[in-house]
Write a protein that binds this ligand. Structure first.
Ligand code: NCD
Length: 356
């Protein structure tokens, strides 16, 4: 695999993505062939934010490949609680582990970590920004449960603003031919501008809806999401959004017989338990596919371990990203880097526009 790190699925070529999907299917069919694939290798899981599936599926993936795991899932037990910078933690851990999987509430933290790491960094979620390995999970699930990644009408419902899974998913699925997106949310929780820009550039058809009932009959895939309580400024704002979209058995009756319902989980109240027994509900299968997807990813990433520090990145740019949740504002040493999009400067770490 060409890419050293997985920060955004865009780091991975379409060919490598196809290979990961294929390999995940092979591992699922013949797990015993892969039991020693990562023998002697160590993976560190650094989870600064809660996680069940992502952390445990990564850990299980490595154990099933014959590798070993180190790490923490509660930053209050790690040196960050003593004031250690991300850079120092990563420099140290990358001397121990062959690959680092990190989840962190700060947007752009995975990209920042990759600047100081001797080992590949896998982004397991950077705040409300991106979650590429969930997208890998989603692609593997769709490939095997739907049989294609093209020509699909995909409804995404819930928290489009703060849901990192849907940001990564749209960025990737918009590269496949003929996909159409319907984003179902309240006006307050609409998709960030940079994701809409990706859709515009891709030429894919897309629309916005405020009603799941009205949209569901058109869909081949329905991707439900949790309202991301932890990203709201106040409890009141969260309360006003929660419970607006609920997928229940009645709404499922309006849907196509071959609809695939996905959800990255955890679910709160956006899908009633009555839907779980519907054969179109694939979210528990999706969680299992996630383990195979991560096994395939780890195998491919570890064939590429460089073991050296990347060249130091300097920046003399005096402009500052305005997003308070961006790593350039929480870790002072991170270089300020921007790219141009449509004549506007965009932060390379969190993708927010410089002048909003
Ligand atoms: C998601 C996440 O953490 O972004 N969960 C996951 O990784 N499976 C979705 C969520 O928390 O709502």
């Amino acid at each position: 695999m060409q890419a050293r790190n997985l920060i955004d699925l865009e780091d991975i070529s379409k060919e490598d993505l196809d290979e990961i999907i294929h390999l995940a299917g092979m591992i699922k069919a013949n797990p015993s062939i892969f039991t020693d694939a990562c023998h002697g290798k160590i993976m560190a899981t650094l989870f600064y934010e809660p996680s069940t599936r992502t952390q445990m599926s990564f850990q299980t993936a490595m154990l099933r490949l014959g590798g070993q795991i180190i790490g923490f899932d509660n930053p209050s037990n790690a040196s960050v609680s003593k004031g250690e910078s991300l850079k120092d933690t990563i420099r140290v851990v990358s001397g121990y582990a062959d690959v680092i999987v990190m989840r962190n509430p700060v947007e752009g933290s995975a990209l920042a970590a990759s600047l100081y790491s001797k080992s590949p960094i896998i982004n397991a979620g950077d705040g409300g920004h991106l979650h590429p390995t969930q997208t890998l999970t989603d692609l593997v699930t769709l490939s095997y449960e739907k049989g294609t990644l093209e020509g699909l009408t995909i409804g995404l419902c819930g928290d489009m603003k703060n849901g990192r899974t849907v940001h990564s998913l749209i960025k990737t699925l918009s590269k496949y031919k003929g996909n159409r997106f319907i984003m179902i949310s309240t006006p307050q929780l609409q998709m960030p501008e940079y994701v809409i820009d990706v859709l515009k550039e891709s030429g894919c058809e897309y629309s916005f809806s405020d009603s799941l009932e009205k949209s569901i009959a058109d869909l081949d895939v329905l991707y439900m999401t949790r309202i991301q309580q932890e990203r709201f400024a106040s409890r009141e704002e969260y309360e006003a959004q929660k419970g607006v979209y609920v997928l229940d058995e009645q709404k499922m009756q309006l849907a196509k017989p071959d609809l695939v319902v996905l959800h990255p989980l955890p679910r709160v109240d956006e899908i009633t338990v009555g839907v779980d027994d519907d054969p179109r509900a694939k979210y528990f299968a999706q969680a299992e596919y996630g383990m195979y997807a991560r096994m395939a990813l780890i195998i491919m990433m570890l064939t590429n371990r460089k073991g050296t520090l990347p060249p130091t990145v300097h920046s003399s740019d005096t402009r500052c990203c305005k997003n308070p949740r961006c790593v350039t504002n929480t870790e002072a040493y991170v270089p300020h880097l921007f790219y141009e999009n449509g004549g506007k400067a965009v932060c390379k770490f969190c993708d927010s526009l410089l002048d909003e």
